[in-house]
Design a protein around this ligand. Structure first.
Ligand code: UT7
Length: 329
């Protein structure tokens, strides 16, 4: 059987930092509230004129470089995002052009689970023999959709992108994936206006309905329930157990979510990756950014077992069990 394995990884964070102290000057909040309730100390903001496709292309080129490949070597580019440059063309199309690639390109939109969905599509394309090399990117510039007068949401999000190259391999890399969606509760986390259901009108924009709206407590409860569930299902599909995991790498939304899922899975907290303090919630980018961080710090060894776990609006969720098949950096 043909397997899919990660052969390259890269990331990109915009230069501009927005600290909690900066937010204290914008809305009625405190550094103390943000750090104790979320674990976030600062986040990055895309520069003016810098779109999601720019972030995606920077991360994609870094991943290609890490895999010693050129853009022309890639058969398919998949961008997981929920902050596309435009409704169309797809962000993947635009990012591929910015990288100098002219292969097939498509977006997956599953909110903060988008990267795991992209990884699933990439793995299926390789395992079926329809592609040999796929670039799977998670990229978001959600700060473009956040109301910077709403303290309940504006302190949470940051911008960024991460990417992996997947290649066909005799060695199994992506071992098992579980995905799920429940579209019966869309209002828990949504951008209500700007799509076909409710196009942007002056009146709706004046009401701020084009911004992220979230019931934080409901999302929190969903996250701490679904992360352990989907992780266990993906582990079962890959014939592994929680104890086999070197790293649980969940979507980075709140430090309290990370701590709770560690306890529920019976994992020591230091085996659950946390990078939220410096990036905030970068949505689809958070998982590949995390993997890249561990790799570049030399904390991923050949053979390590990873669980990459996303959750987000939809509601959507997904977990991928990955055997790390690159040598330590
Ligand atoms: O990738 C997307 C996934 N999103 C998530 O995973 C979010 C999950 N949820 C959360 O992370 C948390 O629910 C939040 C961090 C969003 C909120 O934390 P919380 O502990 O659930 O706070 P809360 O919403 O219950 O609000 C508690 C209080 C409220 O004041 P009152 O009504 O008790 O007087 C809020 O108005 O905190 C207030 N508050 C703030 N205070 C200072 C809300 N935001 C802020 C703020 N600064 N930024």
């Amino acid at each position: 059987m043909t397997h899919a394995a990660i052969t390259g990884i890269g990331a990109y964070l915009p230069e501009r930092r927005l600290t909690n102290a900066d937010l204290e000057r914008l809305v009625d909040t405190t550094d103390e509230w943000i750090t104790t309730r979320t674990g976030i100390r600062e986040r990055r903001l895309a520069a003016e004129g810098e779109a999601t496709s720019d972030l995606a292309a920077r991360a994609g080129l870094a991943a290609l470089g890490d895999a010693s490949l050129k853009p022309a070597d890639i058969d398919l580019v998949i961008v997981g995002t929920s902050s596309p440059d435009k409704i169309f063309p797809s962000t993947a199309c635009l990012a591929a052009a910015k990288m100098g690639a002219s292969c097939a390109a498509v977006d997956t939109m599953a909110a903060c689970s988008s990267f795991v969905y992209a990884l699933h599509s990439a793995t299926c394309a390789i395992e079926s023999g329809r592609a040999k090399r796929v670039l799977a990117i998670g990229a978001d510039a959600l700060t473009r959709h956040v109301d910077f007068t709403d303290r309940a949401t504006c302190v949470l999000f940051g911008d960024g992108a991460g990417a992996v190259v997947l290649e066909e391999s005799s060695e199994p890399g992506v071992l098992g994936i579980d995905l799920g969606a429940d579209g019966t509760r869309p209002d828990i986390l949504e951008i209500p206006v700007g799509g076909s259901a409710a196009p942007a009108t002056c009146e709706r924009i004046e009401q701020g309905l084009h911004y992220v709206k979230m019931n934080g407590q409901e999302v929190f409860k969903f996250a701490v329930r679904v992360i352990p569930q989907t992780t266990r299902k993906a582990l079962l599909a890959s014939h592994n157990d929680v104890d086999d995991l070197k790293w649980l790498i969940p979507h980075q939304a709140n430090q309290r979510i990370l701590d709770t899922v560690a306890d529920r899975l019976g994992l020591p907290h230091d085996r659950v990756y946390s990078g939220i303090s410096t990036t905030g919630n970068t949505s689809a980018a958070s998982i590949p950014l995390a993997v890249n961080d561990l790799y570049t710090c030399g904390r991923l060894m050949y053979g390590d077992l990873l669980a990459l776990v996303g959750f987000g609006a939809g509601l959507t969720w997904g977990a991928a069990i990955v055997r790390w098949t690159k040598e330590v950096r």
